[in-house]
Design a protein around this ligand. Sequence first.
Ligand code: ATP
Ligand code: MG
Length: 483
Amino acid sequence: MGSKFFVKAKLLDILKFSSISTKIMGIIIGIVLVLGGWTSFQTYDTMQTTLREQLIKQGISTSQYISARSVDLIFTNDTFTLHQLISKVVESNKDVRYVFILDSQGDLITNSFGKILPKGLLDANKVSADSQQNIQTLNTEEGLVYDIAIPIFEGTAGTVRLGMSELEIQKILDKTMQRMLVTTILVAVIGIFVAYFFTSLLTKPIVQMVETTKAIGKGQFDQKVKLSWAHDEIMVLGKAFNEMIENLQKSDQVRSNLLKKIISAQEEERKRIARELHDQTGQSLTSLMIGLKMLEESKDIEEIKNNSMQLRQLTNDILDEIRDLSLALRPSVLDDLGLEAALSRYTQDCSVKLGIDVDFQAFGMQGLYLEPEIRLTIYRVVQEALTNVAKYSKASEASVILERKGDNLIAIIEDNGVGFDVQTILDSTIYEKKLGLHGMMERVNLIGGELTIESEPGMGTTIYNHISLKGLVANEKSKDFNS
Ligand SMILES: Nc1ncnc2c1ncn2[C@@H]1O[C@H](COP(=O)(O)OP(=O)(O)OP(=O)(O)O)[C@@H](O)[C@H]1O
Ligand SMILES: [Mg+2]
């Protein structure tokens, strides 16, 4: 039981860890051996049966010949010619092992052995006068012998006994088996070579794909799988694999470009804030300080009033500057009022800011709390999409729709402008480092959503954002800045 289990486990291990070519070669060797073995067995069996039948038939006809020829010789008591007759038969026919003739009393007249018969042979077979012949199979030291007994002159003259040996047949059978064995081994060896050739042809692209996958894993996106010449499943797999590498390469390029852009945008923004603080707010605060000094030195009440009025105006300007700066840094309306209100305000401002009129509609947003990242993502996507509309679309109408459908949030930005070929633009913008569209997609992907662009030259543009809120939605009134 234990050893059976061990053998099974070992076989499974071999199957598990052997390569495809080893498996295929194993199958071919198995088939050749089973087929070879089965064919050999069948051939051996059929040949043996046929040869035996022939041997017996030959024995019977030889016995009949002897019987016919010996009638006169027995009646004339010519034992010498009788002996010559049987000796000739034994000499001329290799399969005839012995012949002997008995008289009607069952006494031996002559035999081909020399003097005496082997023990027990005389009584091993008998034939009655009224039957044609009787055959007995004798298992001797020299192999099987078919003993044929035939009555001479209906038994009145005696009996012919003839032994047909299987020795010659066995030799032929052994030779045939040897040949079949050699052929089977030869076919198996040829099979191994052919299988090796074809399986290496088959597995070569797979091995190559493994190498390429390893290289891709290390970030070497310039690697490609060489497609096999045959139009089979492996070639289709190779093709799909190369497409996957191309897509990976593109998104890797987009990501690295975006990262660079983010870093440089951050630097730019800091420079701008520093400049703004230094050039404007700094200047204004210096003026305020000088004004306060003048106020300190003013004597007459009219002058004081005048100066403090100017100072109030200056302070107001400084406040405006700081508000502008902070607004540019982050749309506080998004945190204070939520996405719906922020988008409503932004789309209203579009005609002034971007020179386009945008229609805004929201559905099912009441009481919906959205995570800050989702709010900011949608806001930035709408901003970029509408900036593009203003820059490129030449549209007469644009609209933004925000809708909650069950566990999903849908945001659609649409225009009826000139449109564009989406795939061509997406492919080319990666290398031109225009990252508006790719940036939008990445942003939406980061919050687990999906952005699809539908556009065609002359057909306008629609951008769909689909964000799943499953597990994120908390329908709390307390946090009621849905949107
Ligand atoms: N609404 C639109 N209508 C027509 N063409 C558009 C529209 N939106 C985008 N495009 C086309 O897609 C291209 C890529 O847009 P994308 O926003 O990625 O880059 P950009 O606006 O040129 O640069 P960036 O956004 O990085 O400042 C544009 O150059 C334009 O040709
Ligand atoms: Mg853009």
